[in-house]
Design a protein. Sequence first.
Length: 120
Amino acid sequence: MKILLADDSITMRGIILRSLQAAGCGDNIVEAVDADDAFTKFKPHEFDLAVIDSNMPGISSLDLIKEIRQQDEKVKIFLIIVYSEEGRVMSVIEQGADDYLVKPFTVDALREKVNKHFPA
């Protein structure tokens, strides 16, 4: 599985990266330092999953989701949100995200989402 991981915090990227690996997603993970970098690194039909932080510099996460979705309808998109953003969940799903995780999340919660969208 090839994953695009976009988060502007190097610490959070590291945590999410290790969580993805612990959830059995492998090592084929491309890191992006913000939404603009993620947009530049995204290539249609190259990624299976995009994990995107909801609050980064550059274009908004919702605009990034729209752009990714326009280029590739099949890639799964998980948005990482903070607890206070839970009211935005329906908007996020309507904009094209497939699922979301609320920070802080556990490896088991991430594994559950991955297994839901990528059944063995």
